[in-house]
Design a protein around this ligand. Structure first.
Ligand SMILES: NC(=O)c1ccc[n+]([C@@H]2O[C@H](COP(=O)([O-])OP(=O)(O)OC[C@H]3O[C@@H](n4cnc5c(N)ncnc54)[C@H](O)[C@@H]3O)[C@@H](O)[C@H]2O)c1
Length: 261
């Protein structure tokens, strides 16, 4: 079969994007809009159901198909309802984008003395939540003969120097582990590691002029900040037939953050 640009499209596929309905200009919103524009029916899922509905309306206005789902990805019962909503509306699930995470709200807790309840709460969302969602969509992907799972990592995991980074680095381990185990079932599992994306949350973490921001600006090969839309092309590669031979990989979309000296 010769290459066609159509291989980057996902017509007729059903995609769940978690964390797609929160703060302004969030990355999940860009992912949901991108997948819908590429032909998918999208489940816009978030703890913030009102925000998810607003993104859903944007997709409808652009002529795409979408439903909103309020979900807490750390709770298996809630995730089961999200997958049921996807199945009731669109017949099943082909694509899962594990994008939801706690980031801005974490502050800077120190691993040396963080209370275990706080540690468990963070990892229950940023690591276990992705596993719960993957386990919940697998029966449908298996029935449909395959699927694509994309986990959202972060440049902050390479190396991990925070509890947020620890969760993202562990999510990389989940990515490679699931990729090995699910490859024979034609389920690709990959990850995207963004640099600083200019979502409301990402911008709040990197205020202009702050010392750590100046340091990063001076050490990144290309540029520190990118728009959420600049991540969408990579997502489509990993979710579409164009990426059928890619699994267990992390693609760094960060302007050269992780190759700093
Ligand atoms: N913005 C950046 O610079 C940047 C960089 C690297 C990685 N990331 C990652 O990209 C993803 C999106 O980041 P963002 O900048 O859009 O942040 P964001 O805070 O706007 O988005 C995260 C979303 O996850 C949702 N969420 C949190 N807990 C949840 C739960 N238990 N169940 C369901 N939804 C839940 C929130 O409501 C929010 O809408 C995150 O995984 C983040 O770690 C962001």
């Amino acid at each position: 079969m010769s290459f066609s640009i159509e291989q980057f499209r996902v017509p007729g596929k059903v995609a769940i994007v978690t964390g797609a309905g929160g703060r302004a200009n969030n990355i999940g919103r860009a992912y949901a809009l991108g997948l819908a524009a590429a032909g998918a029916s999208v489940v816009v899922a978030d703890l913030n159901e009102k925000g998810a509905k607003a993104v859903c309306e944007e997709i409808h206005a652009a002529g795409g198909k979408a439903i909103a789902a309020g979900v807490d990805i750390s709770k298996p019962d809630s995730v089961a309802l999200m997958v049921k909503a996807a199945t009731d509306a669109f017949g099943g699930v082909d694509i899962l984008v594990n994008n939801a995470a706690l980031m801005l709200e974490l502050g800077s807790p120190k691993a040396a003395d963080i209370p275990l309840d706080d540690w468990n709460r963070i990892l229950s969302v940023n690591l276990t939540g992705a596993l719960i969602c993957a386990q919940a969509v697998l029966p449908s992907m298996r029935t449909r003969g395959g699927g694509k799972i994309v986990n959202q990592l972060s440049a902050g995991a390479f190396p991990a120097t925070s509890i947020y980074g620890i969760g993202k680095l562990a999510l990389y381990g989940l990515t490679t582990t699931l990729a090995r185990q699910l490859g024979p079932e034609k389920i690709n599992v990959n990850a995207i590691a963004p640099g600083n994306a200019t979502s409301e949350a990402g911008s709040a973490l990197m205020p202009e002029g702050a010392p750590h921001v100046k340091f990063l600006e001076a050490s990144v090969a290309m540029r520190l900040r990118g728009a959420p839309d600049e991540l969408v092309g990579t997502l489509l590669l990993l979710c579409s037939p164009a990426g059928d031979w890619i699994t267990g990989q992390v693609i760094h979309v960060d302007g050269g953050w992780v190759i700093r000296p």
